[in-house]
Design a protein around this ligand. Structure first.
Ligand SMILES: Cc1ncc(COP(=O)(O)O)c(C=O)c1O
Length: 383
């Protein structure tokens, strides 16, 4: 049987037809009045949706570029920064900050758990940190950081900016920039927005913008807030060519989010995350993240004894389901499954059924139907 390929890695996520259609439109000039209007509306909608008074930047590039953009616009060589790391992507900030000549202190957790907020608070009292960075969801571990609690605690440290990497969270996990005391939040289009890769979205609050102002001219050019701010305020202006079709695609994604309702979307992600994790536990997998800090957007699943990672993922691929391997010391011991964005409920059932079949194929005792039963019960609420 020749199955379609269902991309279930934690980004890019499946792109629905109406978003694909926007990417397939005939490209127009970036100064075309109709496009300028669309871009302007998109920026306004994103600000509205995440209830922020700050500024929004929509710039061609990936999540990593947004990480650099956050650092470049708020910190200068010699500043102290505190990196909270719950995995591979938390660690990525270390190199970005070190290359910029920052003094970096790191609080890192065991993979699967979080750094307690009390420990972060204690560390922040030691020095005048100019910023703290944390990934809301670290994609390598499936750990969700308690950003609301961290934000609340950080109110006492007025000089420390709260920089949140939302790449594997934003538009899937609950986030309100102002209410959570976040100064910078960013993501890429390929995750919970359900658009193809290629755009970074970054929110900067008043404190972050003040910090930018205090820095004067910065060494970075393309990612300078001050190069993009005039464009975000009036997209008829030019700085660097906008990704016209991706901007349309993101606009359609935002329309879908508005149609669903942001709260409903957060609730759906939570429900789906829990249901998928329960279903996968029922057929022998162990979720890496502790039960009280699990992401809803993806699951990081440790194999049952005796299952060969390469053989299992090859079988899944042949059956049409594409998942990601484990990172770091979990390579070969774990696989990663995205369930965020505009994921289809029927596809989720099919994913679990295919995983059950593939487990059988690579030698595990028969699990057929067990995970699907749990998933169906959890998602549909039937006994
Ligand atoms: C939490 C997190 N931060 C940053 C990144 C880097 O994003 P990109 O690959 O779009 O550069 C990723 C990518 O998966 C991520 O999951």
């Amino acid at each position: 049987m020749n199955n379609r390929k269902l991309v279930m890695i934690p980004g890019p996520t499946p792109v629905v037809r109406s978003i694909q259609d926007q990417m397939g439109r005939e490209t127009v000039a970036f100064g075309d009045p109709a496009f300028v209007k669309d871009f302007k509306e998109l920026v306004a909608d994103i600000k509205d949706m995440w209830r922020t008074e700050g500024e929004v930047f929509v710039v061609a590039g990936t999540g990593t570029m947004a990480m650099e953009m956050a650092v470049a616009n708020t910190l200068k060589a010699g500043d102290d920064v505190l990196v909270i790391s719950h995995g591979y992507f938390g660690d990525r900030f270390i190199e970005i900050c070190e290359r910029k000549g920052l003094h970096v202190d790191v609080l890192a957790s065991e993979w699967g758990s979080i750094v307690p907020v009390s420990e972060i608070e204690k560390k922040l009292k030691e020095k005048n940190y100019k910023a703290l960075t944390v990934s809301h969801v670290d994609t390598s571990t499936g750990v969700k950081a308690p950003i609301e609690d961290i934000g609340r605690m950080m109110k006492q440290f007025e000089d420390t900016l709260f920089i949140v990497d939302g790449v594997c969270a934003t538009a899937g996990e609950t986030e309100y920039v102002d209410e959570m005391n976040i100064d910078i939040l960013f993501t890429g289009t390929q995750k919970a927005f359900g658009v193809a890769p290629g755009l970074a979205i970054l929110w900067a609050g008043p404190k972050a913008l003040e910090r930018r102002e205090s820095l004067g001219t910065i060494p970075e050019y393309y990612i300078d807030f001050y190069k993009w701010l005039p464009i975000m305020q009036d997209p008829a202006k030019y700085f660097a060519t906008p990704a016209v079709n991706l901007i349309w695609a993101l606009k359609e994604s935002v329309r879908l989010i508005q149609e669903e309702g942001l709260e409903n979307r957060y609730e759906r992600h939570e429900r789906v995350g829990k249901a998928m994790q329960k279903a996968l536990e029922a057929i022998g997998f162990k979720v890496l993240a502790d039960s009280n800090n699990r992401a809803s957007t993806l699951s990081n699943l440790i194999y049952p004894e005796g299952i060969d990672d390469a053989a299992f993922r090859k079988k899944l691929y042949e059956e049409g389901i594409v998942v990601a391997g484990g990172l770091g010391s979990y390579a070969g011991k774990m696989f990663r499954l995205g369930h965020m964005g505009n994921i289809d409920m029927h596809d989720l059932v099919s994913v679990i059924a295919t995983i059950e079949r593939s487990l059988c194929d690579v030698g595990m005792e028969n699990q057929i139907g067990k995970g699907v039963a749990v998933l169906t019960k959890e998602l549909m609420g039937c006994e």
